[in-house]
Design a protein around this ligand. Structure first.
Ligand code: LMR
Length: 396
């Protein structure tokens, strides 16, 4: 029956992660997926997360279904984490989602249902999954200029021009902080200009926040762009992920929220978000959200969490500097200063897809073909090997 089903293409990010697992070269290095690794190259369960799980076990937490919209107490804590303690939660509709991907998917379905025919603009480049998610929701996806490859920096003029010339009422997908894959964010002053243009054109701002805490090491500071958008009165949607900052990758924990004009609008929006979720997966899983709720409900545990998140961000900053130093040490004469200027989990190196292929084929270094390196995958044991290989393919 299924012999004519065509082979699906491997995923641009997770397909490479699969190839890494299958590779038998003992020298193999995984700098593909954005997932934190310790200085020994291992995944890390945050001690605050473990502590929360202990508390949950002690409290004999049950395994009942959550409501369609998720755990309301978790959603409240999560939204305060993003929008701030003084956020107007009375008019923000929020539901628990299957991490950031699930949030984008629910948000996309909501936009397609209630703002039909509008185009969503994503940055060029963006996270590889954005286009597929929003297309699967039935939205037309286009790009706005974001990154100037020849300068290794933000194309602010191009971005602004594209926002200003997009049809009125378009949806602008914005990375809340630590842009994936470029590691290049607008400055606070540039954000204000972006918001002015969005307001002038009656656009909708859809934030994807997957790296809060990873840009500066300070979760409050990293929420600045989102909070400024709400303060400026923009119509805002937010896809929030706890995969990276809480290390809850496999727990699939996040939220989707819609900032409304009034509490009455919030209720209407909530009712429709539930209508989207119920036939899709009924209700979200409860373990991850319970962890986040437990951590954020306990002040000392929250403090501990902030320190642990900062320690991840700091190790990445350290490896970023060391990578550039090592590249020069092994003889590279290229200007790699953009790598130290970038923020978040990735280095957008500027390497071509051919160079990336060569790194994978000849050195078993697995990275995405856009030249993105997940700095979190680097450590003192593999740094020199990676630097030498990068030098070989970029100077060869
Ligand atoms: C990434 O960009 O590597 C992460 O967001 C993981 C993923 O799901 O693609």
């Amino acid at each position: 029956l299924w012999q004519d089903v065509p082979q699906g293409p491997p995923d641009a990010i997770l397909g490479i992660a699969q190839a890494f697992r299958a590779c038998e070269d003992p020298k193999k290095v995984n700098v593909c997926v954005g997932a934190y690794r310790t200085s020994e190259g291992n995944p890390w369960v945050l001690p605050s997360v473990r502590k929360a799980e202990g508390i949950m076990l002690e409290n004999n937490e049950i395994k009942e279904y959550l409501p369609i919209e998720g755990d309301a107490a978790f959603v409240e804590k999560a939204l305060q984490f993003a929008y701030g303690k003084n956020a107007p939660l009375d008019r923000i509709a929020g539901v628990q989602t299957l991490s950031g991907t699930g949030a984008c998917r629910i948000g996309g379905a909501f936009l397609n249902a209630f703002l039909p025919g509008r185009t969503i603009y994503i940055p060029d480049p963006s996270w590889g999954n954005h286009k597929k998610i929003f297309e699967a929701c039935g939205l037309t996806v286009q790009t706005y200029r974001y990154y100037e490859r020849s300068q290794n920096g933000l194309d602010f003029e191009g971005m602004l021009e594209d926002i200003q010339t997009a049809p009125k009422g378009s949806i602008m997908l914005l990375h809340a902080c630590a842009h994936n894959p470029t590691g290049c964010d607008p400055t606070p002053a540039q954000w204000q200009q972006i918001y002015q243009s969005i307001l002038e054109r009656d656009h909708v701002a859809f934030f994807d926040s997957a790296y809060q805490g990873f840009a500066s090491g300070d979760s409050e500071q990293d929420a600045g762009a989102l909070r400024a958008a709400v303060d400026a009165g923009l119509p805002v949607l937010l896809a929030q992920s706890f995969a990276k900052n809480f290390g809850l990758y496999g727990e699939r924990c996040g939220t989707l929220s819609v900032v409304c004009g009034t509490a009455a609008q919030k209720d209407l929006v909530m009712s429709q978000l539930k209508c989207i979720i119920r036939p899709m997966y009924s209700s979200p899983p409860r373990h991850g959200s319970s962890i986040v709720k437990t951590v954020l409900s306990d002040e000392p545990l929250t403090e501990q969490y902030y320190e642990e998140c900062a320690s991840m961000a700091n190790r990445i900053v350290d490896m970023r500097t060391k990578l550039v130093e090592k590249l020069h040490e092994v003889g590279s004469t290229h200007d790699w200063s953009h790598v130290t200027q970038q923020i978040g989990m990735f280095a957008f190196t500027g390497m071509s897809s051919d160079m990336c292929d060569q790194l994978t084929e000849e050195y078993s270094i697995f990275l995405t073909r856009d030249g993105r390196i997940s700095i979190a995958g680097l450590n003192d044991n593999n740094l020199e090997y990676v630097a030498k290989a990068v030098h070989a393919v970029t100077d060869g």
